[in-house]
Design a protein around this ligand. Structure first.
Ligand code: ARG
Length: 249
């Protein structure tokens, strides 16, 4: 009898462990979809009054709706998004974030929903006419971005000044503290439009893909977000939002 009881108990234990492994739950913070972003990156995310608006904010709202969760956005420093997603503080990161091999070591990405290029902003009257003129110049970048990584790899860390966001880097360019800013093309266009006397070099610096990052521990959430994103790309919803924020020239 005793033996039977232990066999049953062991069987139950094995079943519980098995069920626990195979049915990984989609876990989120507080029953909401908590997205981390850095809302200094128009037209992907920026402040409009009290609200955070932009392509990422709107696509994320549709994703949350599709998976039946309420979206909450946390506006944090760009370089704290990945650690925060990794540790489970945020459910996902969406911030015009480029997929890189290095980032894939610590987090997972959904399919890509946009492409981008790194460009160089200069003063309109600058002697920097192409990327070949960057040697020996002072380069401003947003800390933790791909622009930061490329600039340091290509020109060394002494040449690079780090800023908490793109807007501050552009302010510094205007006041002459740096000679150029390396940043993604769409925010670059928006900064050049808002500030007189700036120009974007014709040469493209690097091509990239944007995607949403999710913890490696949360495959169920990654799948849910990715499935929703795929549907929104397929039915044209993502394109509609992009067209609203990036009107064809
Ligand atoms: N695409 C670049 C990267 O992933 C810059 C993204 C910056 N995004 C932001 N919301 N500030 O590194």
């Amino acid at each position: 009898m005793k033996k039977l009881v232990s066999i049953v108990l062991i069987a139950l234990l094995v079943l519980t462990v098995f069920a626990g492994c195979s049915q990984k739950q989609m876990t989120v913070q507080k029953g909401k979809l908590l997205m981390a972003t850095n809302a200094e990156f128009p037209p992907y995310e920026y402040h409009e009054g009290d609200a955070i608006v932009g392509i990422d904010a709107e696509v994320a709202a549709l994703i949350a709706e599709k998976i039946g969760l309420e979206l909450e956005i946390a506006d944090v420093d760009f370089d704290s998004i990945i650690p925060g997603v990794q540790s489970g503080k945020y459910d996902m990161g969406m911030a015009g974030m480029t997929v890189t091999d290095e980032r894939l070591q610590s987090i997972n990405f959904t399919d890509s929903y946009a492409t981008a290029v790194q460009v160089v902003i200069v003063k309109a009257d600058s002697d920097i006419k192409s990327i070949d003129d960057l040697e020996g110049k002072k380069i401003g970048v947003q800390q933790g971005t791909t622009g930061h990584i490329y600039a340091e790899d290509d020109y060394g860390s002494d040449a690079v000044t780090l800023y908490q966001n793109g807007a501050l880097a552009v302010e510094s360019l205007k006041s002459g503290k740096v000679d150029c800013v390396i940043i993604d093309n769409e925010p670059a266009k928006s900064y050049v439009k808002e500030n007189e006397g700036l120009a974007i070099l014709d040469t493209e610096y690097a091509n990239e893909n944007y995607a949403i990052c999710v913890s490696k521990e949360n495959d169920a959430l990654l799948k849910a977000v990715n499935d929703a994103l795929k549907e929104l790309i397929a039915d044209g919803s993502v394109q509609k939002i992009v067209d609203k924020y990036i009107p064809a020239e």
